[in-house]
Design a protein around this ligand. Structure first.
Ligand code: C2E
Ligand code: MG
Ligand code: MG
Ligand code: MG
Length: 291
């Protein structure tokens, strides 16, 4: 009887594996098609200066508008795009779209300092990356100073020397470099000094627990270290006033999170941007949220 149970269990396992594999295969096929049809959209999440409350930048975040399934978040398809190599054309579409948007915003007089784009490791290591980026900037009339690349810790740690070389090249073009999701990968304190970084984004898993004492100590230490190394700090995932208060007290420069705004489609981002000063004057409650 025990044997039967065991057999059934394995059979069940096999079937679920097959289903999973088929789902993945379908999704990969769909992703190829979506890329050809450009069924994607960029959302923009404002980045606020913690002291003045002003919007300094925006992070571009991709959304897949799937024909049958509706909007799909990047966690569901970016890993698949990375494994399959589709991240290269997809990443270029993201970069070009973000640069285009930035140029249009500048033309409209929207005072945004820069736009942040997430860059995968495969993109970073792509041969001819610099020429490709230059091509995008030229086509979109976007200036390199308007742009920031976000790369994650785990990407960099797999080959820190080569990654450092590539990031230095990007920075020499005038593009800023931010280290994303800091604290989630292998700890990289010793590499921080060696890597050419402008900013570090403290992962929201730390911010989430603030002002808890242990997390607070870690965040304080990260900020102190960045200040010594002359690296700017961005807090991710600020949802609560207490989290914002804590980060401000520690001297964090920039913040993004649901407390300020969720990622928004471009026209809503523009509305949010336009209404911000008005809120500041007229609505004390909103003001306390923003500043
Ligand atoms: P990320 O770069 O760390 O982006 C921040 C994520 O946190 C976004 O999720 C954003 O919607 C979410 N977030 C922002 N504020 C809050 C908050 O207050 N609370 C909570 N709970 N979440 C918040 P999203 O848009 O689902 O993106 C997930 C990840 O997918 C990104 O993490 C990034 O690693 C990746 N990704 C997104 N767009 C692209 C892209 O164009 N290219 C590449 N290579 N990766 C991308
Ligand atoms: Mg990011
Ligand atoms: Mg992040
Ligand atoms: Mg993240």
């Amino acid at each position: 009887q025990a044997k039967d149970k065991g057999r059934n269990r394995w059979q069940f396992y096999d079937i679920s594996m097959t289903v999973k594999a088929r789902e993945r295969l379908n999704l990969l096929g769909d992703l190829r098609l979506a890329l050809a049809r450009k069924d994607f959209e960029l959302y923009y999440q404002p980045q606020h200066d913690m002291v003045s409350g002003n919007i300094i930048g925006a992070e571009a975040l991709i959304r897949w508008n799937h024909q049958q399934l509706g909007f799909i978040t990047p966690d569901k398809f970016i890993p698949l795009a990375e494994e399959s190599g589709l991240i290269l054309p997809l990443g270029e579409w993201v970069l070009e779209t973000a640069c285009n948007q930035m140029t249009r915003w500048k033309e409209k007089g929207i005072q945004l300092e820069r736009i942040s784009v997430n860059i995968s490791m495969a993109q970073l290591h792509q041969p001819g990356l610099i020429a490709r980026v230059e091509g995008v900037l030229e086509r979109t009339a976007c200036r390199p100073e308007w742009l920031e690349f976000e790369v994650t810790e785990s990407y960099l740690m797999s080959d820190p020397v080569e990654a450092g070389r590539l990031l230095a090249q990007i920075r020499s073009m005038g593009i800023m470099v931010a280290l994303d999701d800091f604290g989630t990968g292998y700890s990289s304190m010793s590499y921080l000094n060696a890597l050419p970084l402008d900013r570090l984004k403290i992962d929201r898993s730390f911010v989430f627990k603030l002002p808890d004492e242990d997390e607070g100590a870690i965040v304080r230490a990260i900020i102190a270290m960045c200040q010594c190394l002359n690296i700017g700090i961005v807090a991710e995932g600020i949802e609560k006033k207490e989290q914002k208060q804590f980060m401000m007290e520690q001297g964090c420069d920039l913040a993004q999170g649901y407390l300020y705004s969720r990622p928004l489609p471009c026209h809503e981002f523009e509305k949010y941007f336009a209404n911000l000063p008005e809120f500041n004057q007229n609505d004390a409650q909103t003001q306390s949220l923003i500043q």
